[in-house]
Write a protein that binds this ligand. Sequence first.
Ligand code: FO1
Length: 317
Amino acid sequence: MSQHVLALCGGVGGAKLAAGLAAVLPPERLTIVINTGDDFEHVGLSVSPDIDTVVYTLSGLADEVRGWGVADESWQAIEQLGRLGEPDWFRLGDRDLAMHIARTRRLRAGETLSEITADLAKRLGIGPALVPMSDDPVRTKVETEDGLLDFQRYFVAEQCHPVARAIGFAGAREARPSPGFAAALARKDLGAVIVCPSNPYLSIDPLLSLPGVRQQLAELHVPRVAVSPIVGGQAIKGPTAKLMTELGASVDVVGVARHYQGLIDKLIVDEADRAEAPRVEALGIAVDAAPAIMRSQADRIALAKATLAAAGVAVEP
Ligand code: FO1
């Protein structure tokens, strides 16, 4: 029986591995569950940054250099909005605006985020199921030395400068996992769970904060494999290292392993971190080493294949 793969994913790093998985697995064998803790409303529009990043990456529309939004972008609308006195600190590009307008209109018309995401992804030619973690609002908040900040305020407006003390997910306790997330976790043919190399605290913890998810993952009897977003003691991208330090975690693959202890069976580390394997294994987590920095589509595919092999999932050649 062909096994199904459930990938848990946040922004850029996660989206790259998701693109690799999408390239090597038939679409009906892959469900990608995406963090929505970063979602917020901006200039009256519903923005879902991690969904956007995954959609744009898998459809080939992403701006790979900037790391968010659409390639060949222009900024006339947001600049004009700024002139009109609207908030322009969060840059919505002209092409990107179409996504937020479509999503906002459909949410207001009563469709769920799951339905909208599935349809927009299909329209952009994406095969695998893209699933928001929840259709209910969950909002990441960062408790900093300067006070409690909404996620995008902390991340974009404040550029992660305030020292973080704790992270919370407002609404998580009342939220339910989306139907697609719940169904994927319960699949009889589930062959593996892949935790993509996204920020464990900002991108994966929101998924784990949903009622029942952490426990279900802990009790699953299929291989659960995470890919480390930390390579050689540094984050591949973004504020992961700064945040881990501020939250008291060690900025290395051992810190990542400790964070996921009890939830994963294996951690894929970059070859540069091979020497750390015994310290990770001491936590009851097996280690495989593979090149974990994804600069090209070939790198994404190679890491996806290594991750699936580590999970014992067969891939047709
Ligand atoms: N990140 C920025 O650093 N500055 C921006 O102005 C910005 C705009 C933006 C618009 C749409 C979108 O989908 C993402 C956007 N991002 C922007 C990225 C986003 O804030 C973060 O990268 C994610 O939330 C973290 O995964």
